[in-house]
Design a protein around this ligand. Structure first.
Ligand SMILES: [Zn+2]
Ligand SMILES: [Zn+2]
Length: 468
């Protein structure tokens, strides 16, 4: 039920007419000259109960959005107008044509100095989120702050719209005195549990703390955030693929020492388990021996070698640098005649963790062989090159030696072997692959294949091929 009609460019406000004046207007000759704003269709002055309003003569010809037509809509517009007019320094236009000439603003509040405008849109029927955003955007672009006066909360949308929820809808009872609508308790985009009247005042006093910007600003911001997340995801994916490629390259450049120099394990009494791999520096391709060691105690009795678990985390001290381990390595190199350098071990900063640890270092270019990459060298690329005597071997050896038994004891006293760790005392095979079967989880070739002349030649070629 529009309140405004135009007569010779003058706004005629139906709500300002007494019943007598209204009746006079309807019967006057001017009545036929009145048109609806914007669309220009002839306006008919009408009365329903005590309410005066205008209607289109032929509404089907109208392309303009005049807003809601219900008594509730009309009452809310009147109440807003009256409240705005009561605020110092402000005045209201009810049903004011939007500059785009596409719709009628329900109530436009304007500061008396003309510098600020707030549009109140009474939206009692549903409207798509896109429509809310589009109109809100148009207002922002026209430097008008819009407020949607709506009966219920909108469904969640991440584009925020300035709104106030009144609970007053199309089927609500219209109060006799429309000013009562300003006493409704409302929730809004910036404050809860205030009256609609107080909310209107706050908006006009510029305390409507709107921080989201226009819908377009928000959509742009969301898109940029999504693009940033996507970019970061792609960068992480690229880093992961580069890492995988380097791990793969490390593996391609690594070979089991037994494949290059023949299977051979230095046996010590109570010495460490040492596994070694032949690899090439990722930077200068210099070949070197890397190793992983675990300590044993003299009292330990092993029936098989433990599972190879290459350390991923290494501290400032590492067992690989223990003299016992170096002795085992030197022994293996001497016995096999392997012409390969051991990697150095020095304190270096881990790029991944940012902490210092004692790392394998290329003996040629002094570059770090990151422990993470070392730990990713697959089990079949490692050989057990030093181990303590296994139980069976130890028993067999003990039976060959003259017993130094104490007659007062039931059992022969256990002999501590003399400490002479420089020379490997026993040279023996386990009679099975040096790399235990259970370690060869993702191997492609059988042990026999690896040790066939072709297998050995291939391993040598791969290994030697990395040398400059
Ligand atoms: Zn119209
Ligand atoms: Zn190097």
């Amino acid at each position: 039920m529009p309140l405004i009609a135009m007569l010779d460019d003058e706004r005629i406000d139906a709500s300002q007419y007494t019943p007598d004046a209204w009746a006079k207007l309807r019967s006057s000759g001017e009545a036929k000259q009145m048109v609806m704003p914007l669309c220009g269709i002839r306006a008919i002055a009408k009365t329903r109960g005590t309410t005066h309003f205008f209607a289109h003569h032929r509404v089907t010809d109208c392309k303009v959005d005049h807003g809601g037509e219900s008594p509730q809509h009309l009452a809310m517009k009147s109440a807003l107008r009256d409240r705005i007019d009561a605020v110092d320094g402000w005045h209201a236009f009810v049903e004011y044509p939007h500059p785009s000439r596409e719709w009628i603003v329900d109530v436009l509040a304007e500061s008396d100095d003309g510098r600020r405008q707030v549009a109140f849109e009474v939206q009692l029927s549903s409207q798509t989120p896109e429509r809310y955003q589009e109109r809100t955007q148009r207002y922002f672009e026209g430097q008008v702050f819009p407020v949607w006066v709506i009966p219920r909360r909108l469904e969640y949308n991440r584009v925020e719209i300035p709104m106030v929820v009144t609970g007053f809808g199309k089927s609500s009872e219209v109060p006799e005195n429309t000013a009562d609508l300003m006493c409704l308790t409302v929730t809004s985009h910036f404050d809860d549990d205030v009256t609609l009247g107080a909310f209107v005042e706050r908006v006009l006093w510029n305390r409507a703390g709107w921080s989201h910007g226009s819908p377009f600003d928000q959509i742009t911001r969301h898109r940029k955030a999504e693009e940033r997340v996507e970019r970061e995801r792609q960068e992480a994916e690229l880093r992961r693929r580069q890492l995988d490629a380097r791990i793969e390259e490390t593996n391609r450049n690594s070979a089991a020492p037994e494949a290059a120099f023949g299977a051979f394990t230095v046996h010590t009494d109570g010495g460490p388990f040492v596994w070694a791999t032949l690899t090439a520096c990722w930077k200068c391709e210099h070949p070197m021996l890397l190793w992983n060691a675990s300590s044993t105690r003299a009292s330990d009795q092993f029936t098989s070698a433990p599972r190879l678990e290459v350390k991923r985390d290494v501290g400032s001290k590492r067992y690989e640098n223990h003299p016992d381990v170096h002795r085992a390595l030197n022994g293996w190199i001497r016995e096999t005649g392997a012409d390969v350098e051991k990697a150095n071990i020095k304190m270096r900063r881990s790029k991944m963790k940012g902490t210092e640890y004692s790392a394998f270092i290329c003996p040629s270019c002094d570059e770090i062989m990151g422990q993470m990459f070392v730990s990713c060298i697959r089990p079949e690329k490692w050989s057990l090159i030093s181990a303590p005597l296994l139980k069976n071997t130890r028993a067999a050896e003990a039976s060959r030696k003259p017993r130094d038994a104490d007659p007062r004891r039931g059992k022969p006293q256990k002999q501590r072997p003399p400490i002479e760790p420089i020379e490997p005392r026993v040279r023996a095979y386990y009679g099975r692959p040096t790399v235990p079967e259970e370690l060869q989880t993702d191997r492609k070739k059988t042990w026999a294949e690896l040790h066939s002349p072709e297998g050995v030649a291939e391993a040598r070629r791969k290994f030697i091929g990395t040398r400059k």
